[in-house]
Design a protein around this ligand. Sequence first.
Ligand code: 13P
Ligand code: SF4
Length: 378
Amino acid sequence: MNQEVTKWVDFIQPTRDGQAEIAQAKAKVPASLSAEEEARVITELKQLLKEEDAVLVAHYYTDPRIQALAEETGGCVADSLEMARFGRDAKEQTLVVAGVRFMGETAKILSPEKRVLMADLEATCSLDLGCPEEEFSQFCDQYPDRTVVVYANTSAKVKARADWVVTSAIGLDIVRELHRAGEKIIWGPDKHLGHYIQQETGADMILWQGSCIVHDEFKADSLALFRQSHPDAMVLAHPESPASVLAQADIIGSTSQLIKAAEASNSTRFIVATDRGIFYKMQQAVPGKELLIAPTAGESATCKSCAMCPWMAMNSLAKLRDVLEQGINEIKVEEEIRLGAVKSLNRMLDFSEKMRLNVQASGDLADDQALFQHVGPA
Ligand code: 13P
Ligand code: SF4
């Protein structure tokens, strides 16, 4: 096994007065394993999961070998909304969350009685980093009449400051309902997702100016050229991508929605604007179809991520084995903060459950004011 390497990643640090600075954060490239070491680690991990009454909850952007292990051992591979639900409902007493820190925190907030372990507690997210609670809170204080809606990619403290937490799978539906109810919104931290939701719903939204370093790198000009050379391809984009990229997309959605869209489509080729880790599950869903990554700034010194989140990449099989074996890297959330955050998270989960029941009942997408009234005021 070789050594883990540390690298520095630039990200946008917005301020409460609407300015933005470039800041830097650490990311680690895990050591790679030989084939024999990898096989041994997988065997040990399977055994430890059983012994420790643990289940693996993995995001689509993690290493495909981690996703495969989660599937094989009865865990889940999902988007951030489904990871939250799966962790909450799991019968196991230990959740091993393969993803970034906010995902582990969400699991702990929803299941305080469970032990939540992560491969590396420093696996963060540029949206979370770019939205410090104190600054964001001061920003919100300037607009006391507005409902605060934050993306799940935030710290527990920011979630506690918010009225609602949303993920990309459900943000549009929740904001649409808030808008129908006449509420004006403060949105944070992702400016591209916020702008997209604002455009789609017509809601009155003031946006925090954060962004995802991975999706920010998809380039509209290069995408337009790429589409010319692949005219039959369907473009699937995550809404954290810039507006100029979303304008060229056939489908805009969360990671799980993009996989479902590929499955439902007759196209045989897709250009995908999200982290390339999604290809593992997407290819399973559409075997035989061609998946192409949307063009980024390029494999050069200026490419921060090249469509691979450096913090998701901090998860490795060996680190997951180590945390389970040693019981280290446990996520802790102060109870007072947890109690604040769980309210806004539960609003989202209740909304999503009501929407699911509504869809089941009508066989169609929810368009029902009553749905929202049952969720309870923000
Ligand atoms: P999803 O909620 O679509 O899984 O997105 C999480 C994320 O971090 C995307 O960059
Ligand atoms: Fe955060 Fe972007 Fe990484 Fe998702 S891909 S965890 S939004 S930095």
